[in-house]
Design a protein around this ligand. Structure first.
Ligand code: NAP
Length: 237
């Protein structure tokens, strides 16, 4: 029995959320593909007096993995999905490998659908997905990720009706300093500094900013079928 499953919880925003929930005394299971990453995260997360940490190695793009994940927990209060792999995704559409684009859709969109499918009947409180600012402010270098992110809103609206009273929402982060940027092969500090000057918040996000947003949406029983933008004002610049 666990209170919350965080798919993608081995790093970045998912890990920050795990830290937050465990400190509240909730039991958390973090899910990802890499056993090493999960073990490192678990060692960091386990603290006396905090909730219990579980780990499950699974690829959310594979139906058998997602089915097995939910079969083994039977009941869970909240599910949060932060998983994404941006390797090879950034570039102009003409230059992005079709296999890479399929992997993005298989993981971010179809994987999210698989979570809805297999969590149904087992999740009791909420499902929260993670999209991103590129769905709302495309920059010509990440179109397939933007499309998958944008589609998550429609998925959440549909599932919020289908799975009610389970609540289904999306958090759409702006730029946040996490390991995902290491996959992009760019000077992230320069990019962050340039963006921070233009953002109303005057800084890029931290994983904790996004963790707090997940936690609010999970706890608020009147939020469902919603995309919450947590982007320092990026969408309105
Ligand atoms: N950081 C940003 O600026 C930003 C901005 C907008 C939106 N987002 C979105 O925010 C979410 C969280 O990203 P993050 O920045 O926290 O990145 P992150 O640190 O790279 O976290 C992503 C996690 O997902 C796991 N993962 C990747 N593919 C998976 C799969 N197929 N099945 C299961 N787990 C998988 C990874 O672990 P394994 O590799 O071990 O599987 C990793 O722990 C993503 O959906 C991302 O698109 C991020």
């Amino acid at each position: 029995m666990t209170d919350t499953i965080i798919i993608g919880g081995g790093s970045g925003m998912g890990l920050a959320l795990a830290r937050t929930l465990l400190a509240e005394g909730m039991d958390v299971t973090i899910v990802g593909r890499s056993a090493d990453r999960l073990a490192t995260a678990r060692a960091e997360l386990e603290r006396p007096g905090h909730g219990k940490v579980g780990t499950v190695e699974a690829d959310m793009g594979r139906e058998e993995d997602v089915a097995e994940l939910f079969a083994r927990v039977e009941r869970v209060e909240h599910v949060v999905v932060t998983a994404a792999d941006a390797t090879g995704v950034y570039g102009r559409t003409a230059d992005v490998d079709t296999a890479t684009a399929r992997t993005v859709v298989d993981t971010k969109l179809l994987g999210a659908w698989l979570v809805g499918k297999h969590a149904a009947g087992r999740v009791t409180g909420s499902i929260t997905y993670t999209s991103g600012i590129n769905a709302y402010r495309p920059n010509g270098s990440n179109t397939i990720m933007a499309a998958a992110n944008g589609a998550l809103a429609s998925l959440a609206y549909g599932l919020a009706i289908e799975l009610a009273p389970v609540r289904v929402n999306v958090i759409s982060p702006g730029w946040v300093d996490t390991p995902i940027w290491d996959q992009l092969g760019m000077d992230k500090q320069a990019a962050f500094a340039e963006l921070a000057e233009r953002l109303p918040a005057r800084r890029v996000g931290t994983p904790e900013d996004i963790a707090q947003a997940f936690f609010s949406v999970m706890r608020n029983g009147f939020i469902t079928g919603t995309v919450l933008h947590v982007d320092g004002g990026h969408r309105i610049t």
